[in-house]
Design a protein. Sequence first.
Lengths: 417, 222
Amino acid sequence: MAEIQSYTMNFGPQHPAAHGVLRLVLEMEGEVIHRADPHVGLLHRGTEKLAESKPFNQTIGYMDRLDYVSMMCNEHGYVLAIEKMLDVEVPIRAQYIRVMFDEITRILNHLLWLGGHGLDIGAMTMFLYCFREREDLMDCYEAVSGTRMHATYYRPGGVYRDLPESMPKYQESKFRSKKEIDRLNSIRDGSLLDFIEAFTNKFPGCVDEYETLLTDNRIWKQRTVNIAVVSPERAMQLGFTGPMLRGSGVEWDLRKKQPYEVYDRLDFDIPVGVNGDCYDRYLVRIEEMRQSNQIIKQCVKWLRANAGPVMVDDHKVVAPTRVEMKDDMESLIHHFKLFTEGYCVPEGEAYAAIEHPKGEFGVYLISDGANKPYRVKIRAPGFAHISAMSEMVEGHMLADVVAVIGTQDIVFGEVDR
Amino acid sequence: MDERFGEQITRIASTCGELTFEVAKDDLHDVATALRNEGEFGFEMLIDVCGVDYLTYGSDEWNTSSATGTGFSRGVEREPVILDEADEFDTRRFAVVFHLLSVRHNLRLRLRAFTGKDNPPVMRSVVDIWNGANWFEREVFDLFGILFVGHPDLRRILTDYGFIGHPFRKDFPLIGNVEVSYDAEKGRVAYQPVSIEPRTLVPRVIRDDNRYSADLKDNADG
């Protein structure tokens, strides 16, 4: 019989299970992996360098494109860092809107993760189920910002505009019948808040559906239980954050521990895993979706009851309205200055972190007093997670690599920046 | 902190209520080990490692002595700065910033260490203290060319295979030095010098803003 030798295998960069452009060089003995060497950077765009050459506000759009499945959370981290330096107090309504959209984003992210992770390890149906609900949440993005993904909705000082009173509707086309259009538009008659509330009432049922398909599924458990176990000490040593850390049993969530915006006024729980394997991380994320749903409900209730401004009234940072600009000289000057030069941020440095769906997303900002940042460093959670790839797959089979990529919830937009 | 480390660290005045300490390059490893292992600190997580190039800190590019005649430069004159060949750097040019987090005490801390005048800049690696530093240090090496002594596997990470230069240094042009295109004769993608010109759409300006002036704030408080 031939002797089995170790050999090197190349995985990716164009591989459907690599979730983007990941190239893995695997040292294997038969089916068993000895060492994995991830090559990242194939999507490196130099976001941080680009940010140094632009006024502060023009970089918000780049933030959407970092982790392109949790767009608004990235914006939030960046905007918070600027606000910290400018010492701007955001209106309370804007804080609630931000929290609501952060949680919508968390559900969006976890749905894509669940769909992709399921598809990778043999649960085809998940993908279709998850995308069905994602569609509704994308509509919320569209209603509030005009785009379905890259919203650029958060601004230093608040959010770009208040929640709309009407939802965008489907229009009749030769692909869809009148009856079908009426069915689709029936939930879009009210305001955005009505739409979101209808979603939050329906969504726990959807999560139950996902769980019916997976949680006790024999195949799902075979693919995830005891795969890539990470101890709590190791997880902290490796810089894990978010569900990766909580899956290992460390109770750490910035929304509870270092609350920003209005998280300290909201009632929600932090799920924590026990074993630190792929299955526990799956359970943590599923429960996070339920908790996010709870938070959204509370925000909707508050937002219905309390009207108010969504932007600070400081025209050194925020552009005046069109109407003001047309008949007020000072507003015109402010408008001109903001759009030709931007605002200067006082000298200093700040680090703002938020609990992003994937972990701790931090923005470290250094300003020398100019209208452009001196240095922006984006601390992407996925970067720390994928650096532990080798350790997590060691001793597992080739097919488990896919499960590990899935459980880490890797998106290359943020890893490569 | 001051009691435990004394001379080894310098407290930097914080702007946003964040703890920042400056530590000498040679003391970095000792201080970091103590911060991680001693119970009263307990910084068991390294959140981030960030390289900074202070070359153009505090300089603006707004040149209004004469109107611009050509192009899109908006009055910005560019002079190529090539300092990489210098034998010595300004001692406060390159810095490495470490962000630490203590889960136990719910506390954040920032450590900054300057690399000194060596070319190439050198820093002591902290991979043996926090294993998660591995890739963060590779990134700093790749983008700033700072070498980490004691790093197990210091390779480029984000840039292309065979990339030349360290793109996040301030003297590296935003548009880069080379571009790629498909060469039909060679039958492969080939590198060539960039064919585009840099543009400045909004010049960098620094304005004194009285609202943030420390003197005025003190006066206002009484």
